[in-house]
Design a protein around this ligand. Structure first.
Ligand SMILES: CSC[C@@H](O)[C@@H](O)C(=O)COP(=O)(O)O
Length: 343
C-alpha cells in the first residue's frame, strides 16, 4: 500500500488526502484552522467514522495553536456531521483535556496534541486487532461482499471491514471482494476499489442493485460492513444501502458482520430509532458530476445512512473481540474490556 496516511499531523498543520478526488488525482489538503477541518468533514474531503473523529481532534489542536476559543471550535466541529458517533467521542476526549484547564497555553497545546495523536494511533491498533479477531470468521476461500469504503481512507490506517479483507488476504486466505459501488457518492467504486487495487487484493465492483443477484448467482460467503454508530441494542447505522444488503443476506443465509472499533459503539443510544440520520444535499442524487440525471423539479430524498436492525447482524467485530447476540449484554462487556476494565 501507499507510504502515506490519509490523515497526517505535521506539528503545525493537518494534511488530508482529498477523498473527493480519488481515483483521478491524489491531492493533499493542508489545513491550519478548525473552520477548514469542519468544512473538510462537511464536504467529505475526509470521511468515514474513525477518520472524521481523528480529523476533528486535530481541529481542536489547531484552534488551541491559534489561541482561539476552544468551546467555539468544539461546537463548529460537532456540527459538521451528525451520524458517526466517533466524531463526538473524539471531541469528548479532547474536551476532557481542555475543559477547566487553567495552566499555561503552550502546555495545553501540547496536551491536546498528545491526546489527538493517541486517538489516531489507537485507531490504527484497533483496526489491526479487528482484522485479527475476524480471521476465525473468514473461510480459507471466501467471496466477501462489502459496502461503502471502510479502509485506510475511512480510518487513520488499515480500516475496519476492508481491513478484515486485507488481513485475511495477508494471512494467506483466498479472498475475493465484491464491492458495492455505493450510490450516490460512490465510496465503493471510487475508494474501496482504489485501495484494493493498490493492495493487489482481488475484487469486482458491482452496482448496488446487483448484490442480491450476486448472492443468488455466484454465492457469497459473508457480508462485512463498517458502522457509523452502533446503539446499545446492536442496531447499526451505516452507509445507505446497508439495510437492503442485510435483508438480502438473511434471505440467502449469508452471515452479515459489522466491523467497528468500540469508539463507534454508543451505549447512550438505546436503539437505532434514536440515531440521527444525516440527509445530504439533493444534488448528490440529481447529478452525476456536472450532468443532471434527475428531471428538474422532481423531488428527491437523500438520507446518507440507514439502520440495520440487530436481528439481521450475525456478529459485531471490535478490537476487544467479537460480540454475538444478545448485543445488550455482549457490547457493554467489550466496551469495558476495551477501556481496560473487566469484560
Ligand atoms: C470505517 S468507516 C465505517 C463507516 O463510516 C462507513 O461505512 C460509512 O458509512 C461512511 O460514510 P461516509 O458518508 O462516506 O462518511
Amino acid at each position: 500500500m501507499s507510504t502515506f496516511r490519509s490523515i497526517e499531523w505535521k506539528g503545525d498543520r493537518l494534511v488530508l488526502l482529498d477523498q473527493r478526488r480519488i481515483p483521478e488525482a491524489k491531492v493533499f489538503l493542508e489545513l491550519t484552522a478548525p473552520e477548514e477541518v469542519a468544512a473538510a468533514i462537511r464536504e467529505m474531503a475526509v470521511r468515514g467514522a474513525p477518520a472524521i473523529g481523528a480529523a476533528a481532534a486535530f481541529g481542536v489542536v489547531l484552534a488551541a495553536r491559534r489561541g482561539e476559543a476552544l468551546a467555539e471550535a468544539d461546537a463548529l466541529l460537532r456540527a459538521s456531521r451528525p451520524t458517526a458517533v466517533n466524531l463526538f467521542w473524539a471531541l469528548d476526549r479532547m474536551k476532557r483535556v481542555w475543559e477547566g484547564y487553567s495552566g499555561a497555553a503552550q502546555a495545553l497545546v501540547q496536551a491536546l496534541e498528545a491526546e489527538a495523536l493517541k486517538i489516531a494511533e489507537e485507531d490504527v491498533a484497533a483496526n489491526k486487532a479487528i482484522g485479527r479477531h475476524a480471521l476465525e470468521l473468514i473461510p480459507d476461500e471466501a467471496r466477501i461482499l462489502h459496502h461503502c469504503n471502510t479502509g485506510s481512507l475511512a480510518t487513520v490506517d488499515y480500516g475496519t471491514a476492508l481491513g478484515i479483507i486485507r488481513i485475511a488476504h495477508e494471512a494467506g486466505k483466498k479472498v475475493h471482494a465484491f464491492l458495492d459501488e455505493t450510490r450516490p457518492r460512490l465510496q465503493g467504486a471510487r475508494l474501496s476499489a482504489w485501495e484494493l487495487r493498490e493492495l493487489g487484493i482481488p475484487h469486482t465492483v458491482i452496482a448496488d442493485g446487483a448484490s442480491g443477484h450476486v448472492m443468488q448467482k455466484f454465492g457469497i460467503d459473508l457480508v462485512v460492513v463498517g458502522a457509523d454508530r452502533i446503539a446499545a441494542s446492536g442496531d447499526t447505522a451505516n452507509k445507505i444501502g446497508t439495510y437492503n444488503l442485510a435483508i438480502a443476506a438473511r434471505h440467502h443465509g449469508v452471515p452479515f458482520y459489522v466491523a467497528a472499533p468500540t469508539s463507534t459503539v454508543d451505549l447512550e443510544t438505546p436503539s437505532g430509532a434514536a440515531i440521527p440520520i444525516e440527509e445530504r444535499d439533493a444534488r448528490e442524487l440529481t447529478h452525476c458530476g456536472p450532468v443532471r440525471v434527475v428531471p428538474e423539479g422532481s423531488p428527491v430524498y437523500n438520507p446518507a445512512f440507514d439502520v440495520t436492525p440487530a436481528e439481521l447482524i450475525s456478529a459485531i467485530v471490535t478490537e476487544a473481540g467479537i460480540a454475538y447476540p444478545p448485543y445488550e449484554k455482549s457490547l457493554p462487556a467489550l466496551v469495558r474490556k476495551a477501556q481496560g476494565g473487566h469484560p
